[in-house]
Every structure is written in C-alpha cells, then in structure tokens.
Design a protein around this ligand. Structure first.
Ligand code: MSP
Length: 510
C-alpha cells in the first residue's frame, strides 16, 4: 500500500448510452479494489457520467429536449446500475456539475499559460459516436475505424484551440520505459508504445460548431474528451483543494476498457504535465466481455442486460463470475448458462455447503457455540493469505485474488473430509472435535472478511450466521490473525447462501 491515500476510478460513462454489463464490469472491478484498499488505509473510489459533446447535443435535439433536461433525465439510470451491482463509490461525478467546469477551465488556462495551447483550424474527419478526431489515413472504407462503431464520419472545418501534444512524445516514451507498470496489461503497453514510436500529432481540444460543452472565454466549448479526462481531478477538488483530497489522493489509478487507453495514457498524462501536475500512477486497461465470442452490440442483438442479470442471479454471483471466469485484462465470454453452473458449483457446493455443514455440525455437537481453540489447527498454512490476496487485488490480479481465497475454501472442505468430525464425536475425542470445529468457524470468519470486497452482501450474511456483530468490513491487519474468533460465540445458521438454481429455458445449452 502506498503511504498516502489510494485512489481508484472507473471511466465516466456516456450518459446517453444504455447501461450494459461492460459498464457494470468496470464499476465492480473498481469497487473490489477500493473495498480491499479501504481495509488497509485511506482509500477513495470514483465513478460518474460523461455528459457533454456533439452526440448528446444531437440526441437531445432528436428527443425535443434541451441538453440539460435530457442528461438530467438519464442520470438516475447510471446510479441505478451502481445500486443493482452493489458498488459503493465515495463520489459520483457528472461533468455538467459546476465543480467540474471550474476545474476544466482552470486546467485549460494553465496549459495555455504554459504555452501549450494555440489557435488553429481543424480540417478533418470526426466520429460523433466515438467523439474522436480521425486522420484520413486511419479510416477504414471511409468510416470510423473502431470495430464496434464503423459509422460514417463527418468532415469538420472549425477554428479551434489545439494542445501541443506532439511536444510530449519524448517525455511519454520515458514514462513508458522507466515505469513498465504505468500501463498494464503488457498487450496494451505494447500497443501504446507502437503509437508513441510512430509519433504524436497535436490535438484539437475545443469545438466551435455547437455549444453543448464547457464554454470557453472568447467562444467555443471544450472538446468532450478533454473535459471528460479532467473528471478524475475535479472530483478531488482540484485546483482549490479545500479538503486536501487532491493532495492526499492524487495521483490515482485508472481502470478503463482497452479501447480508451490512448486517451488515458498518452493524452491525459501530457495534459497534466502541461499544467504542472503529476500523471496518473497507473492505468489498467481491461478486456471486453463478449457474448459468444462477439462484442455485445445492439445491432447484433446479443446484449446481456445488466439489470435483468443481477435480478436473476443476484449481484454477488454475477460479481463473482466476472472475476473468476477469466484473468482481468483479457476478453472473455459470458452466458447465463455458464453463470448458473458456477453459481451452483463454486458458490452453492463449495462455499454455501461449507457454511451450512460447518454450522450444522456445530449445532449438533456443541449447541451452536464456538468451542475453545486448541492445538493442531490449520493456522500455520494460512497466515500469509491476507497479504497475498491484498497484493493480487491491488495489482489488479482480481482472479488470482479469488483463486487464493478459494484455496481456503478447499482447505476447509478438505479438513471436514479428512478429520471426519462425526467419527471424532462418536469416539469421544472431544479436544480434536473442538479443534476442527474451531478451525471451520474461524476459517469461515476469514472467508467472510476476504470475500467482502468481491461479494459484499453474501459475505455479510455469512458473518451474521457466524453470530458476529457489525459487518465483515474490518481492517485486515487487525482482524485477520488466526484465533480472534471468541470461544462461546453463539452462531445463528440461516437459509442457504446460494440456493440451487434450475435452468430457465433460454439457459440450457443446445
Ligand atoms: N465516456 C467515455 C469514457 C471517458 S473516461 C474519461 C466512454 N464511455 S462509455 O460509456 O463508452 O464506456 C466505456 C467503458 O465501459 C469502457 O472503457 C469499459 O470500461 C466499459 N465497457 C463498455 N463495454 C464493454 C464491454 N463489452 N466489456 C467490458 N467493458 C466495456 O468511453
């Protein structure tokens, strides 16, 4: 853990888009990382919505609304997504808030004062859907080169402000070379290195043919990506920093989808340098969730609806699936059938049954009271587990974190099979029986603490069934020492954690 505060962010989502599972994926990842960081020290997380730009202006016009009324009507949907997936953010920023406009203009002014901003004419192509300027050489068949978009581009001829991005190429190269972890995974790092080696053009950072954006003195509005990136520091209170949040939490860690790595790792650090600020500490560009091998899109009709998914399987099971199914950073496919299978096997059989069997045995042999710990426990084997989980999660190895936790699930299940409490009870070997039962309860207490970042509500339910007060949101270094569970604790078994789900017609594999 860094000595200072830990700060982690999601991309801010285009407000006019429909929330889908990919957005939930980024938000849950950041939530898992932030909850883990909070268990060790000061930490903050941020999400929000990206509300300016030509696309929003056009959509509002088509809907017959003012852009402000249009975005206000859409904002609640994005908060609902956070509720549906139980992601808890310290802040939710909308780029239409005054605090954001103030910071964006201040950054622009600083860059201008430093001689990095000049006026010129942008003559070239623009993809409104992606809000991206494209050089002619990048177009594919005259269309937007983004494989998910491929929409027609429009020709712009506008007198705009430009950022001298080209001047930062060497400094960016140096950043990439001296800190290979600046951008992970390696595939994205290689991709951005190749872009850098090819050279960087200056970037138009304002628009003058419409007015839905942050207005600039003298006319025009800020280019939507320029304003969007600034959300990460406007939400910290920059530039005035009245609460010292910027001083404590910047630089932060950005979690993004792989398609927006260029904005975050080439343009954003250069903007910050230009204003005399530090670049982000790290950027992690994750892969895409695919539906049967293809990127989800409305036109393919294969979009997995995130609200319905959380309702059917429960937010915690989906959260678990997203980070157990594939290494964080790669593309992977999702299907309701795969999700159901993991829910029944990993969550129902491995974890849910472990809790149920352990508490049932404790009830039968010890009236549900946690026995006095005795010698011969599994403690030695697990003492460095919390540090390993923490290191994995804070380094974005979210699957490896779960794998480690699952080793404890397996160890506890194995200890039931091998130490056979029912035989110990029959043979009157009370001390050994106490040892197994204590291990199981203490192991389950550890599991609820370690799993809390991944599955907050199920982990809390485990905690409750163990008869513990409060919640499993505790400081790991203090609470994850073996033996803290007090003898005499009265457990309180409840309903199965993950009741078995039978397939619905559309979940059966053909
Ligand atoms: N508004 C910009 C980001 C500005 S950040 C300063 C934007 N918004 S978006 O609504 O298009 O959201 C993109 C993000 O959503 C991706 O970077 C990724 O985090 C997430 N996902 C959207 N679809 C996805 C998948 N199919 N799979 C995984 N995540 C993807 O870009």
């Amino acid at each position: 853990m860094p000595a200072r505060g830990f700060y982690v962010t999601t991309p801010i989502y285009y407000i006019s888009g429909t929330p889908h599972i990919g957005h939930a994926y980024s938000s849950v990842a950041v939530d898992i990382i932030a909850r883990t960081a909070r268990a060790h020290g000061p930490a903050r997380s941020l999400t929000g919505t990206d509300e300016h730009g030509q696309k929003v202006a056009q959509a509002a016009e088509a809907a017959g609304a003012t852009p402000q009324a249009y975005v206000d009507a859409l904002a609640p949907r994005w908060r609902e997504l956070q509720i549906a997936y139980d992601t808890r953010f310290d802040d939710f920023i909308r780029t239409t808030e005054p605090r954001h406009a103030r910071a964006s203009l201040a950054l622009f002014e600083r860059m201008r004062a430093n001689g990095d901003v000049y006026e010129s004419v942008y003559e070239g192509w623009y993809c409104t859907n992606d809000e991206t300027f494209w050089p002619e050489s990048k177009l594919i068949d005259g269309r937007c080169p983004n494989p998910e978009c491929r929409r027609p581009v429009e020709w712009l001829s506008e007198r705009n402000w430009f950022f001298r991005l080209s001047a930062y190429r060497d400094r960016l190269l140096e950043l990439f070379r001296t800190d290979p972890d600046f951008l992970r995974p390696q595939s994205r790092y290689n991709e951005m290195m190749a872009v850098l080696e090819g050279g960087l053009d200056d970037l138009s950072i304002s628009r003058s043919s419409f007015d839905w954006g942050i207005p600039l003195p003298g006319g025009g509005v800020l280019y939507v990506w320029f304003d969007a990136l600034i959300n990460y520091i406007s939400a910290l209170g920059w530039p005035d920093d009245p609460d010292g949040r910027f001083a404590t939490f910047w630089p932060g860690v950005h979690v993004i989808g792989k398609e927006i790595a260029r904005f975050h790792t080439l343009i954003w650090p250069a903007m910050l340098w230009s204003a005399g600020l530090e670049p982000p500490a790290r950027v992690f560009a994750h892969g895409w969730i695919l539906a049967e091998g293809e990127k989800m899109s409305k036109s393919l009709g294969n979009v997995i609806e995130p609200f319905a998914l959380a309702e059917r399987f429960g937010a915690d099971a989906v959260r678990y699936f997203l980070f157990r199914e594939a290494p964080f950073g790669t593309d992977f496919s999702i299907s309701r059938e795969k999700l159901r299978q993991r829910l029944n096997s990993d969550l129902g059989n491995d974890l849910g049954n472990l809790l149920r069997r352990s508490l049932a045995m404790l009830d039968r042999y010890r009236d549900g009271l946690v026995p006095e710990p005795t010698a011969g426990s599994i403690a030695e084997g697990v003492s460095d587990l919390p540090a390993r989980v923490r290191d994995h999660v804070l380094a974005m190895r979210l699957r490896e974190g779960l794998d480690e936790i699952w080793n404890l699930v397996t160890t506890l299940n194995r200890s039931i099979d091998e130490r056979k409490p029912w035989e110990l009870a029959k043979a009157g070997r009370g001390d050994e029986l106490d040892a197994v039962l204590y291990d199981l309860c203490e192991g389950l207490r550890w599991l609820s603490i370690l799993l809390f970042p991944y599955m907050p509500s199920k982990a809390t339910e485990m905690w409750r069934q163990l008869g513990l007060s409060g919640t499993p949101e505790v400081r790991w270094p203090d609470e994850l020492t073996w033996g803290r569970l007090a003898a005499g604790t009265q457990t309180d078994p409840g309903l199965p954690l993950f009741p078995r789900l039978e397939p619905e017609p559309d979940e059966t594999e053909a």
